[in-house]
Design a protein around this ligand. Structure first.
Ligand code: SF4
Ligand code: SF4
Length: 484
């Protein structure tokens, strides 16, 4: 790549070629170890999270993370999100989107290279290949060999492991939607809901196909994200770059020894391509095929160490820094590109949304009241001339224990109220109602006001009776017999 070339993402769509199986070679190094770490953490989170228990008392599920569709709740450790609080979920999704923008603008396609599920599962399946069939050369040899019983047995073992991983992946997914131990028992007993079996079947099939066989094809041909990423990157975004000004003209050690000064640092060993999980030759320049996983950096650094040349012939470099380095030989540290106006702006937006959500979470109450007056009839004139209005009052108790709530009439002079559960003679300006744990209680409330009371607004206030109890109020309208 010439020093001042723009970022090129070759679109492979126009010149599709039949896939050649990629057989990445084993490599060790800092980026490979980082990938191991991220792979271990993300897979552990995915597979194990539904099995974490979290005590919320006797009235709420004890699964730490649970999407309870039947009761329309989302539980995450101490946080319980109700349907009317969907803005929390929307906020988290927006944060995830802006987080991706932030990561892309700072470190290029790091998401693709390290944390994308397609990358993580493909990596896992490639390790299965290595475990069953051996490293790159052995696998290439086996692929090219005719089918024998030995090859059939190896394929059977490998695909069985693929299937087990895929099934476990699908199985883990449904555990987020019901109590994991109960669902596991029901699943194997044949008592789970049909949607559970269908979900597992679909996810098993997609994981088996996308991770086991399609692999890098998903990134290159199916995923829209690399196309969007190109628009988010600029000349200060980190890319895995082959430093052609240092590596070219490439040639073997022997050639370099015979012709001193004629060859660059690249000994043309092909290791960078051999370890690449997508089969890309980074020496051709940036491309949609390069997920910037850094494994070619590990490979080349090792080769440079072996031939006694400085590391970094392939490295994370921005276009801007590459240009400076090519002209002056000054290697600028990569981290200085992390702090710049664009990344700071993304971080501030991301952080502000996060802080806003935390504030809302910390200040939200667990008590709510709504009141809907009947419209037909809007009022009833009683025998003694007093006027009655009927309301559907909803009391929401968002705590996982039953609570007593005092509902008070504020305003509406002379007004009194009662419910179906008490005689009208017991009407008062306060009602004590018990609201079950984690539920919304619907109550019919009748409010009567003296004769000639004009139409007017008033409030119903709900006060939880426990010490330091929360308050919530709602304003509604009383309809007098004389109209408004
Ligand atoms: S690993 Fe390094 S030395 Fe070997 S071919 Fe790739 S760039 Fe050249
Ligand atoms: S070219 Fe290098 S950084 Fe890009 S995907 Fe291949 S190994 Fe990873």
């Amino acid at each position: 790549m010439a020093n001042n070339d723009p970022v090129i993402h070759h679109s492979p769509l126009g010149d599709y070629q039949a896939r050649r199986t990629v057989h990445p070679r084993r490599i060790d190094g800092p980026f490979r170890r980082l990938k191991w770490l991220i792979m271990g953490v993300t897979l552990a989170i995915y597979y194990l999270t539904p099995w974490i228990r979290w005590d919320r008392g006797p009235y709420a599920p004890d699964q730490a993370v649970l999407i309870d569709l039947a009761h329309r709740r989302f539980y995450m450790f101490d946080i319980e999100i109700w349907p009317h609080e969907f803005y929390f979920v929307a906020g988290l999704l927006i944060m995830a989107g802006i987080g991706l923008f932030l990561v892309t603008s700072a470190v290029g396609r790091a998401w693709c290279g390290y944390a994308c599920p397609q990358t993580v599962w493909t990596d896992l399946f490639q390790h299965v290949d290595r475990f069953v069939d051996g490293d790159r050369n052995a696998r290439m040899k086996l692929d090219a060999a005719p089918f024998t019983w030995g090859k059939v047995v190896r394929r059977a073992i490998k695909w069985t492991i693929y299937l087990a991983i895929a099934f476990w992946t699908g199985g883990a997914w449904i555990m987020y939607f019901a109590d994991a131990p109960t669902l596991t028992r029901d699943f194997w007993a044949g008592d789970a809901a049909p949607v559970a079996y269908i979900s597992v079947a679909v996810l098993t099939a997609t994981t088996f196909t996308l991770g086991g066989f399609m692999r890098e094809q998903v990134c290159i041909y199916m995923c829209p994200w690399p196309r969007i990423q190109s628009a988010l990157m600029d000349e200060h975004s980190l890319l895995v770059t082959y430093k052609d000004w240092r590596g070219e003209k490439r040639g073997s050690l022997k050639k370099a020894e015979k012709n001193p000064g004629e060859y660059g640092d690249c000994v043309d060993c092909g290791m960078c391509t051999a370890v690449c999980p997508t089969g890309w030759d980074i020496r051709k320049g940036p491309d949609i095929s390069c997920i910037t996983c850094g494994l070619c950096i590990d490979a080349c650094d090792r080769v440079m160490g072996e031939v006694g040349r400085p590391r970094g012939l392939i490295d994370y470099v921005t276009l801007d820094d590459a240009e400076v380095e090519a002209k002056t030989g000054v290697v600028r540290p990569a981290w200085r590109n992390l702090l710049r106006p664009r990344t700071i702006a993304y971080f501030l937006i991301w952080g502000s949304i996060g802080a806003g959500l935390l504030f809302l979470l910390g200040t939200r109450t667990h008590t709510q009241i709504t009141a809907a007056p009947d419209r037909n009839p809007a009022f009833t004139v009683m025998r003694d001339g007093s006027v009655r209005n009927n309301y559907t009052v909803k009391l929401r108790n968002m705590e996982s224990r039953p609570r007593d709530m005092l509902v008070k009439l504020e305003g509406l002079p002379g007004g009194r109220m009662w419910t179906d559960a008490m005689p009208a003679e017991a009407a008062a300006r306060e009602l004590l109602l018990r609201v079950p744990a984690d539920q919304t209680q619907t109550v019919r409330v009748y409010i009567v006001a003296p004769r000639a009371t004009a139409s007017q607004p008033f409030e119903l206030e709900a006060i939880a009776t426990e010490p330091g109890g929360e308050r919530a109020e709602v304003e509604t309208q009383f309809q007098g017999a004389g109209g408004s």
